[in-house]
Design a protein. Sequence first.
Length: 152
Amino acid sequence: MQYLMPIVIGILYVSLMSLIREPHRRRFNAIMIAGAGAAYLSGGGMGGWEFAFTALLAYVAYRGLDSWTFIGIGWLLHTAWDVVHHRKGSPLIPFAHDSSLGCAICDPVIALWCLRGGPSLRELLHRPGRHRRWSRDGANIAGGGYGPGGGR
């Protein structure tokens, strides 16, 4: 359960975030990664490096206002920071020893979604080529495939 729940949480996050329309979805996620960059500040487990990491993620989040790629990179950077904290024994949530490990498992799920462009659930679940559009004369507008005008 320790490894499964963070994946479920990542999928839940992606599902809820996909309900927000673009471009607000991207901008909101940029704000989220900026907040994630400051998550470890109160614990101070890495000393002054906590401030450097927060500044780095603030820059990445700023760039993420216009780029899903930067938001995805931010989540991957946060994953690495989670691993460092877990290895050092300085967890994200002080009373939950494995909270940084859970975060390190959850964050890549979110990062993958961001690196795909933060699609809505509908876009994410739609498989290209599954539905074909046909014109009145029977030509396949979408191209490819079999059938009238399919080109095969």
